[in-house]
Design a protein around this ligand. Sequence first.
Ligand SMILES: [Zn+2]
Length: 564
Amino acid sequence: MKFNDYKYERPEMKEVKAKAQEILKTMEKAESREAFLESMDEFIKLRLYVESMFQLVSIRHSIDTRDEFYDKESDYVDMAMPELQDLVTSFYHVILDTPYKGDVEEKYGKHLLNLAELSIKAFKPEIIEDMQEENKLSSEYSKLVASASILFEGEERNLSGLVPFMENPDRAVRKAAYEAYSGFFRDHEKEFDRIYDELVKVRHQMARKLGYENYVQMSYDGLLRTEYGPEEVRTYREAILNHIVPLVVKLRERQANRLGLDELKYYDEAIEFTTGNATPKGSPEWIIDNGRTMYEELSKETKEFFDFMVEHELLDLVTKKGKQAGGYCTYIPDFKSPFIFSNFNGTSGDIDVLTHEAGHAFQVFSSRHYEVPEYSFPTYEACEIHSMSMEFFTWPWMENFFKEETDKYKFSHLQGTLLFLPYGVTVDEFQHFVYENPEATPEERKLKWREIEKKYLPLKNYEDNDFYNRGGFWFKQLHIFTAPFYYIDYTLAQVCALQYFIRSRNEGKKAWDDYVALCKEGGSKPFLELVELAGLKNPFLPETIPSILPDIEAYLDSVDDTKL
Ligand SMILES: [Zn+2]
């Protein structure tokens, strides 16, 4: 069966609710372990069915936003989703309160119960109104950013329309584009300040209602972090400061040297080579064909996976009219099918889709034997290990895509992962300050941002950009507004992926086998347990980061980047 034949029918929420409540009652009244587990499976099956239908709607709507049928269904899903969540919360209460709790643990593992417990802890009906307010403010932020219409080089452009100019080889054009970009945020400074201030206040209020001291721990619980807290994260940021920041300083100096500049200004950072960035050397069809060969040669597991994706037409990669922007990987449980969506645009990002998003898809395909929806994907920091590591495991095939620019691609890829880490922890430290000090004023927040930035990004030179010098850079960072405390997860996963980078070069097959074992676990365990069984070092331990640097530096030093 192909993706287009996957049958959609609207799950009528009235019926779903009635059925679910009936099942939950049977679970509560169950008089034997068997009876309880049987009803529990029935609930899981019902949920998987509803979620599969919702996935079909969201995928088909994103492929063609002009399709009226799925546009309408998409509105229905938006409305139905909170009701489904409500049922799942009731389900969590039942499995936590049942005398058969031990049997649930035996059959599904302790992790499910831990997840249920945290989900309940970070939610009570009393905060529903606050959550709605939070959603409203988040959308207000997104709308404000999307409303940008900036006259630049004779045309009205949105923020992403400025990006090509921000990467222009002509320094004066770049600078002007950056000024136009930051100018939008400066011109709306009061609005951004107000939206964020209200977000912070409403989040703090929710935390207090749930009995937390402030929003920090509530957010950690909401992100289902069962094994570590703010203290471990603080130590981790320190390791980045002590070991990665000096390396990044050196990389930035090399970059300035490559570009023939005395020092990098903020508008130079995105330019890596005077000769432009590496690009794939063929059409989208050629890229996909090459991808198939790559996964065929990489391993028998990836061959089975990619053949499945192609045969069932689960890849929608090329830009088309009516298609939503961006890219993602998702999973349709009832069809045991991952799905990859993207908009190829002729940059190296097209190859990243085939490695990064395919890494996510490979994981969810490898762990499709788990029936519990909670185990489809792990928590975010673990999720990105699969994708970021696949980017490295596929290095030996990059030549097929980039030809004579392969070395440039690899250098840029590896250095990019390192350059990201200090920024990632800047975003994180800032948010800890914000939510630990909910009464701080917008001015105090900006001052603090600039202070933290100076620590982790010491070479950042905003020249005469007053707004950035006053600490306004973070206004553009969506996660700070809409997904608090999530950002650090990308950096944690990267520190794990870099270990696979080294191991894949030194150990070959053994590293790959560990990676496959990790993917097969899906989300059945928490982050650090997954890290351990994947043969990786815990990124929170102070010795982990220094231990991976020698190999990485050796690679970077072996490249004569002035010739790229
Ligand atoms: Zn990802």
